[in-house]
Design a protein around this ligand. Structure first.
Ligand code: MLT
Length: 262
């Protein structure tokens, strides 16, 4: 389905009934990364996925894509669907978007699931790395940044032994246009630090992290999760950064348990 939001076309899917849960994808992925979640979650809740601006089948307007802008697209999609409050489930960049959403529209959040993501902003070096990656994507195309990203998104075990998973992640990344990837990198480089904001957040929250996540490691996630008053931490064994793809059953189970408490 397509919705016209903030002047652009956003692609989304809306299935199931019950509490609305909006799944917000990682970088450089799109809503196809949730294929292992949708059938399981649709049995227990209304499950909505979307391609953020610049990704998948959504429009690719000029950037940068600030996290607050992508959060306002999510809010616009909720309005389009007649949803006042939803559970936001964001993985990595999707988590940054969910945090920005909570900062701007706390009353519209019924619960937060923050998976394989970081509360801190980037340091100077991290910002420089993103700007270089954005320029590389614009100059040489999506493919030029995908292989190094895929290495970081998956556990070493998946890279060595699960070629189906590696190929699937690579194929999803290659569906995205370079201009969108560059605009999102620039937006992420400028994102705010959410640590204090989350420490003051009183909505129910679940923090998920793959035990082998190299980009947002469990020790770091535990650091900010412990300060969130109404939160729990679930560490998914045998998974890297894309914990939902490497261990879909475990991931779905912890999400389902969380939703059942709301
Ligand atoms: C992601 O998976 O969304 C990215 O790794 C996020 C990031 O680059 O910080």
């Amino acid at each position: 389905m397509k919705a016209s939001i903030n002047g652009i076309s956003i692609s989304y899917r809306d299935q199931g009934q019950g509490i609305p849960v909006i799944l917000i994808h990682a970088f450089p992925m799109n809503q196809a990364m949730w294929v292992g979640q949708v059938p399981a979650l649709t049995r227990i809740c209304r499950t909505i996925t979307l391609d953020l601006r610049g990704f998948g089948e959504s429009d690719v307007p000029p950037g940068p894509y600030w996290m607050s802008l992508m959060a306002s697209d999510v809010r616009g999609l909720m309005a389009h669907l007649g949803i006042d409050r939803a559970v936001l489930l964001g993985l990595s960049m999707g988590g940054y978007v969910a945090m920005s959403f909570y900062r701007n529209f706390p009353d519209a959040v019924r619960g937060l699931v923050l998976a394989d993501t970081r509360a801190a902003a980037d340091n100077l070096q991290g910002r420089e790395r993103r700007r270089a990656s954005a320029e590389k994507a614009e100059l040489y195309g999506t493919e030029s940044i995908v292989d190094e990203m895929v290495q970081l998104l998956l556990s070493q075990n998946a890279i060595d032994t699960r070629h189906d998973v590696v190929n699937r992640v690579r194929a999803i990344a290659l569906e995205n246009q370079a201009q969108g990837l560059a605009a999102a990198q620039r937006g992420m480089a400028d994102r705010s630090d959410s640590t204090e904001m989350l420490a003051g957040a009183d909505c129910p929250a679940l923090v998920i992290v793959g035990a082998d996540d190299r980009l947002s490691p469990p020790e770091e996630a535990r650091g900010w999760q412990e300060r969130m008053p109404n939160s729990r931490l679930a560490i998914i064994p045998g998974a890297g950064h894309l914990s939902n793809i490497e261990q879909p059953d475990l991931f779905n189970q912890v999400v389902a348990n969380f939703i059942s408490t709301l």
